[in-house]
Design a protein around this ligand. Structure first.
Ligand code: ZN
Length: 282
């Protein structure tokens, strides 16, 4: 099942994407769940009712897709997690998982503009598989980590490289507003099965920049969930950006950063694509 947050006017609604249309759960069953996070948190109780809902139906082209989760509780991200990307950054293969946060205010819709900040001249893209936490929990063992996942999205870990490299801690360079686009919807985990078989690609103005597969993750999704849940409780709707393969703009010769008007497309097999135009901050 594909679940989206969208608006056909002012109010955000949640719905089920089916082909080129969307069934509004917010209209069919207004008391079901007020938000995607609530739907995820109460999924065991609500799933059968959600699956029975068949209308009202809107054309996808007539709605605006919003970030599937408007304000995730956490946006966690792992760095240096594909061998070819580690090589292009000139760093050593990590023996420990390298984690950072993107702030929840960076969440951005799948087709919404990526804003190039006035204070950065080095904004870059990173195609990534994004994990949406379902039940979550604490001290989740690797072999039961799949049960903690609600679903998956495509994501772009947009990175202001000048801010990222200015200090050892990357959080500021990874947290500019609009710099965590994800979506275009959540594909539930039952539809995907093993998430380590998905091709992922990025394109800038139609030119392919990254082309890899999640089978090349250094620390796979289950390793990641086991590791971070040693530290913090993972909660419904939390996101994990799982790392990017080689081919980022920073590693090109000369480096090639995003400019106003550039179109960035991020695709992940079976999850869909983000497609956004960059614009300068006003
Ligand atoms: Zn990343």
């Amino acid at each position: 099942m594909k679940l989206a947050t969208f608006t056909a006017g002012q109010t955000p609604e949640i719905g089920i994407v089916e082909g080129d249309s969307i069934v509004s759960l917010s209209r069919a069953a207004p008391r079901l769940a007020a938000s995607m996070i609530e739907l995820i948190a109460r999924w065991d109780a609500l799933e059968s009712e959600v699956r029975k809902t068949s209308g009202p139906r809107l054309a996808l082209k007539d709605v605006r897709l919003l970030p599937p989760i408007l304000r995730p509780g956490k946006i966690l991200a792992i760095g240096l997690n594909y061998a070819d990307h580690i090589r292009e950054t000139g760093r050593e293969m990590p023996t420990k998982q390298v984690w950072f946060c993107k702030q929840p205010t960076a969440a951005n819709g799948p087709y919404d503009p990526i804003v190039l900040p006035k204070v950065s001249a080095e904004v870059d893209y990173e195609a990534e598989l994004v994990v949406v936490i379902g039940k979550g929990g604490r001290h989740i063992a690797k072999d039961s980590a799949a049960k903690a996942v609600f679903g998956y999205c495509a994501g772009n870990d947009v990175s202001a490289r000048d801010w990222q490299s200015a200090t050892p801690q990357w959080m500021l360079g990874k947290s500019f507003d609009t710099h965590a686009p994800f979506g275009p919807w959540i594909v539930t985990a039952d539809e995907i099965g093993d998430p380590h078989t998905l091709g992922l690609r990025s394109f800038v103005n139609g030119e392919k920049r990254q082309d890899s597969n999640t089978k090349h993750l250094v620390f796979n999704v289950w390793d990641q969930i086991e590791h971070v849940s040693k530290v913090m409780t993972l909660e419904p709707g939390d996101l994990i950006f799982t790392g990017t393969p080689g081919g980022v703009g920073m590693a090109m010769t000369p480096p090639c950063f995003l400019k106003p008007g550039d179109r960035v497309r991020i695709e992940v097999d079976r999850l869909g694509a983000l497609d956004a135009v960059c614009r300068a901050e006003e």
